[in-house]
Design a protein around this ligand. Structure first.
Ligand SMILES: Nc1ncnc2c1ncn2[C@@H]1O[C@H](COP(=O)(O)OP(=O)(O)O)[C@@H](O)[C@H]1O
Ligand SMILES: [Mg+2]
Length: 374
């Protein structure tokens, strides 16, 4: 756990960090993002005491770091920077094992861990362990940098734009590997970037900074959907949501409160309600608003006046959950060859209806926004 409490940083008269307070939970990957010069690196370096705050406190696992020995602290925090900082005259193995050896960990255990870590970052230990950094590509060196950061038994890793000098393909595969490793090893990570796609891909929460202030600290989903202000909206770009369609959920593109009817009404009443609302089907709900069926114009055969909705409705209606994402809703509709699908909440109550046109209109209103924005 890392906590900033009222951290201020001033150089002479210039204030770089305004009172800054933030809590990063254990096992969480938090991304700091913001324009160049907004204070990201400064905040990161304060955690391992490379920079002293002007005032305020930082707690690492509950201890105020002001009382901690900086060398000891740094040995227990993995740190990855853009130009790996690998020692050129040391082999990959020695680079990765440097800190565990300094800490006097068991040699057998170290050896095993090195192999595992190299494997995790996609480098075959047999092939690479005894090479020197200059015998590796930039991307491979950066993989070693990541492995080295994870080699300390510390549960905290700080990463300052570690992937920004890499080509897009290498970069994406390292993002995937980092994400996997973090889930497996459960480290607490603060990751600095200026790339929103990278942030969205790996973050549990994103802290958006500007001029030493927090503009928004929230999950990627919430930042994309509800940017706190114009600056955040501009920074993420309105088109972003369409690069991440899996973040759009049923609630975002359903028609709320669809026309419905109860099972005991008769079919003449059903026909009347359809006519009034210009629809050709009605959701059937019970008194608790649970979805129990669907009645369609085609399905209604006039038997007699007393035929009820219950007699003619389709039961076992397919529905989707309010938090199902766009991709899975489209897959459901295609798979079952249906043009609409009701949306239910966690208690199976009807809350909306998705139709092809509700999807289209949600999409096109966003596209219009996009054209205005760009
Ligand atoms: N030693 C220093 N003296 C004066 N200003 C500094 C010093 N170090 C950093 N700054 C300023 O602090 C601000 C934040 O820098 P930094 O944390 O490196 O930003 P970021 O990593 O977000 O790009 C910048 O405006 C930078 O010019
Ligand atoms: Mg920086």
């Amino acid at each position: 756990m890392i906590e900033f409490k009222n951290i201020v940083k001033r150089y002479r008269t210039k204030t770089i960090i305004n009172p800054f307070s933030l809590k990063v939970n254990a096992g969480e990957l938090v991304v700091f993002i913001g324009p160049s010069g907004c204070g990201k690196t400064t905040l990161l370096k304060m955690i391992n005491k490379l920079i002293q705050p002007t005032s305020g406190q930082i707690f690492v696992n509950g201890t105020d770091i002001a009382s901690m020995n900086p060398i000891e602290l740094r040995r227990n925090i993995g740190y990855v920077i853009q130009n790996t900082g690998l020692f050129p005259h040391m082999t990959i193995k020695d680079n990765v094992e440097l800190i565990p050896k300094l800490k006097g960990e068991n040699p057998k255990a170290i050896e095993k861990k090195t192999d595992e870590l190299l494997q995790m970052v996609g480098l075959d230990p047999k092939e690479y362990k005894n090479r020197y950094p200059k015998e590796l590509s930039g991307g491979q060196q950066q993989r070693v940098g990541v492995a080295r950061a994870f080699s300390t038994d510390s549960d905290i890793i700080l990463m300052d734009e570690p992937f920004s000098a890499l080509d897009p393909v290498t970069r994406q595969s390292l993002q995937d590997e980092l994400f996997q490793m973090q889930k497996e090893l459960n480290k607490t990570i603060i990751f600095v970037t200026h790339d929103m796609d990278e942030a969205i891909k790996i973050a549990d929460r994103i802290c958006l900074l500007k001029d030493g202030d927090i503009l928004q600290f929230d999950t990627p989903e919430n930042i994309l959907k509800n940017p706190a202000n114009e600056f955040v909206a501009d920074f993420i770009g309105k088109r972003r949501i369409w690069n991440n369609p899996e973040l759009l959920i049923a609630e975002d593109f359903m028609i709320p409160n669809p026309v419905k009817i109860t099972a005991k009404r008769n079919i003449l009443q059903a026909l009347e309600i359809m006519k009034e609302n210009k629809v050709d089907s009605l959701m059937v709900t019970d008194k608790n608003n649970l979805l129990i069926g669907l009645v369609t114009l085609k399905g209604i055969k006039l038997l007699n006046r007393n035929t009820t909705v219950e007699d003619v409705m389709e039961k076992n209606v397919l529905s989707v959950s309010h938090d199902a994402n766009l991709i899975s809703v489209l897959a459901t509709m295609n798979e079952h060859r249906i043009g609409y699908v009701p949306v239910v909440n966690d208690r199976d109550q009807l809350i909306g209806l998705i139709t092809r046109s509700s999807i289209l209109s949600a999409l096109s209103s966003q596209l219009i926004d996009m054209e205005v924005a760009f």
